[in-house]
Design a binder for this molecule. Structure first.
Ligand code: SF4
Length: 492
């Protein structure tokens, strides 16, 4: 199997200028040299506005090298997503990297509205339907028509570099869901721990998921390494032991050290069974990338010699497999799950919610019959509005309910995704959490999915974590009653 190399380009907040000239110079050299298989282009990276990856992708394609368009969900609703997919197909830009995206920041005149209408799993489902021939909603203008197939090649991202079990399980279960929804390749989030890189390969094999996996080889500058280590870059971490080494990568002779480090990591990825390396890092020139690739190829089977540089036993993180003491990597034995302890109030709130749900909302059980009879009585008397009022009065203070009309509380251990997850995600966490904290409120609010995992785990129900894919919200239902749907036996 050929080991392939790709490189990540980060467009600036401008449509012309030096930064763009440098990107195009890099792309020209890459097209001429042929050692990189593709160049990926970020989509408003870090949540900042920038030149669109489609605009740059067209230019890069014309230069004769394959662009991979990062396609995120943060700034666009489902209609714009569909429209942009048509646009990409029109321009022959078929290689996509579908991701949730960082929370939007620093827009014109303030922080922009975060959209996150649909998540990466649903975008992948949409792309899969487009590939097969997209059938338009029969109610829409020209409804029922089937569009010609669009030949996309979508991939997705995962981060195995998570500290807590709840964070890690969320990543892996979501990855499985993304692949089942159509992702054809996987790129890792940045990270440096070889045991973690190997864990992902083992997980995919154990789940029977056969897709090419590319490991990110991210080479920060010393200043950026310090910022990442502090936790200011969503979802990215640098182990304590590694920071001094990265801080020493100043310009001049030490620059080679930075490249040597990258080359060794690439050789290790190849040795661990990865399909390729996805290289990125500010200020890297094409000649640097060439040097790293040549050096990595020279290392070849000697990757074992450098493994110790990429193992961080002192860095606290959860592993899916037990350690292989001989190599410092993983054994094939799954690590034992540790039951989580919940705070008293959290436990009480979860237990109470479960009890109420079983008593009133499970069809054919408990008080479901009398409750729906009471609802029908209210409806006949023209008082359905009272039920809506009651639902909002109870669920608002208890769950932060926003009356989305698509209630999924029982699927999420009675935590509301609409009000508790900054990105309102329905199909698993984004990659942004750090040590269990939400990307958007670090140190203030814990990640919604970590909280769900902890609730389920406290009651021995962790196998129910993210047990099914959830369809996107239907905004026609916004501010309507979910109880009404349950009691009138319509699907909620
Ligand atoms: S709560 Fe978790 S999944 Fe939601 S935005 Fe924050 S880090 Fe991402």
């Amino acid at each position: 199997m050929t080991f392939t190399y790709t490189f990540e380009l980060v467009p600036a907040r401008a449509s012309r200028g030096r930064a763009l000239d440098e990107i195009l110079k890099f792309a020209k050299e890459a097209a001429r040299d042929g050692v990189l298989s593709a160049l990926s282009i970020t989509d408003n990276a870090g949540g900042h506005p920038a030149l669109s990856p489609t605009a740059l992708g067209r230019e890069i394609k014309d230069l004769g090298i394959t662009p991979i368009i990062h396609f995120s969900c943060k700034d666009k609703n489902r209609n714009l997503i569909e429209s942009q997919l048509f646009e990409l197909d029109r321009h022959g830009l078929r290689h996509l990297l579908v991701l949730t995206g960082d929370y939007p920041r620093y827009g014109y005149n303030g922080i922009p509205k975060p959209v996150f209408d649909i998540d990466s799993v649903v975008v992948l489902q949409m792309i899969t339907q487009m590939k097969a021939g997209y059938s338009l909603d029969p109610r829409a203008p020209c409804g029922g028509t089937r569009l010609p197939p669009m030949h996309f090649h979508p991939g997705c991202v995962v981060s195995p570099f998570k500290v807590l079990e709840g964070e890690l399980m969320g990543q892996y279960i979501k990855l499985k869901r993304k692949i089942e929804s159509g992702a054809q390749y996987v790129i890792t989030q940045m990270g440096y721990d070889a045991r973690k890189f190997q864990e992902l390969i083992f997980f995919l094999r154990d789940e029977g998921l056969e897709v090419p996996v590319f490991g990110t080889v991210f080479l920060p500058t010393p200043a950026l390494a310090r910022a990442i280590h502090k936790g200011v870059v969503p979802g990215c971490t640098i182990p304590d032991d590694l920071l001094p080494r990265m801080e020493s990568w100043q310009q001049g002779a030490a620059k080679r050290e930075r490249l040597r480090f990258g080359a060794r990591l690439m050789a290790i990825l190849k040795g661990l069974g990865y399909s390729g390396a996805h290289i990125s890092g500010p200020g890297l020139e094409h000649s640097d990338v060439q040097w790293m690739i040549e050096h990595a190829e020279k290392i070849g089977e000697r990757w074992w010699d450098f493994l110790g540089e990429f193992l961080f036993p002192g860095h606290r993180q959860h592993f899916l497999y037990e350690k292989d003491e001989k190599t410092g990597l993983n054994s094939r034995k799954r690590a034992i799950h540790t039951k989580q302890a919940l705070g008293f109030l959290d436990y009480l709130s979860y237990r109470f919610s479960l009890l109420c749900h079983e008593a009133f909302f499970e069809e054919g059980k408990g008080l479901y019959g009398p409750a729906s009879a009471a609802f029908r009585g209210l409806s006949r008397a023209g008082l359905q509005g009272f039920l809506t009022f009651l639902e909002e009065a109870i669920k608002g203070p208890l769950y932060g309910c926003q009356m989305c009309g698509n209630c999924v509380l029982s699927e999420f251990a009675f935590l509301c995704p609409q009000s508790q997850c900054a990105k309102a995600l329905l199909n698993g966490p984004c990659g942004g959490s750090n040590q269990g904290w939400c990307e958007v409120w670090p140190g203030k609010r814990r990640c919604f999915y970590v909280r769900i995992f902890e609730r389920l785990s406290a009651l021995g129900q962790e196998c129910e974590f993210m047990s099914r894919a959830i369809p996107p919200r239907d905004w026609e239902e916004w501010k309507s009653s979910s109880w009404q749907k349950v009691f009138s036996k319509k699907k909620s």
